[in-house]
Design a protein around this ligand. Sequence first.
Ligand code: ADP
Ligand code: ADP
Ligand code: ZN
Length: 218
Amino acid sequence: MNLILLGPPGSGKGTQAIRLQEADGLVQLSTGEMLRAAVASGSETGRLVGSIMEAGELVPDDIIVSMIDRRIDEPDCAGGFILDGFPRTLAQAEALDEMLARKARRLDAVIEIAVDDGALVERIAGRFSCAVCGAGYHRRFQPAAVEGVCDRCGATRFLQRPDDNEETVRTRLVAYHAQTEPLLPYYRARGILRSVDGMAGIDAVSTEIRAALGVSAA
Ligand code: ADP
Ligand code: ADP
Ligand code: ZN
């Protein structure tokens, strides 16, 4: 199964992608994660995109498209993938269609995670992750079982993304509404769009996604 998770920054795409990955053997492809890895490695791409990401603007389509084009060909994607954070513009969506046709693969579903703008600032301002294993948390909505200790790996160091501040979130929301939201009618017209209520709790959203996909509970 090949899926897209579509929703504004902080809507829960990463949180839900990890759950689908663990339960269903699908591979999460997060363009944000790939770009952050490129920035950390100091590669040419990383040097190009760092300041754009820090400002909360979108990285040029050609960089993103060639990154995904190569990644989908890797063997771990053969059993299916979950696109998290891609496509984010109509040009990216068209490039995805073209590349999937070329690879004789198809999109099974696009899941929209709908969340009100008002909730997103708190979601993003409270987001942090384990510095060692990358597990995602939220100060209020998804705290570690023992404060200061990662549930998954026991590490005690955590990170907050430099772009997860209130000012940048507003720029990212503007980019979402202007450039990414037009993908909703694009996929609706194809009959593959499913919308879930992302304002619900994390478990309830997972249940709704599984129902929308017609897969049984994890
Ligand atoms: P995205 O990948 O769409 O940017 P994340 O999955 O990183 O979003 O979620 C943003 C933050 O909100 C994280 O800190 C996460 O723990 C929290 N979160 C995710 N889903 C929910 C939810 N349904 N209710 C409350 N908080 C959530
Ligand atoms: P979030 O889900 O919180 O918005 P991501 O981790 O998906 O964050 O993306 C972080 C940043 O990486 C974005 O603000 C943007 O600068 C860049 N980025 C990620 N994916 C794309 C994409 N498909 N197109 C353009 N820029 C992207
Ligand atoms: Zn950890």
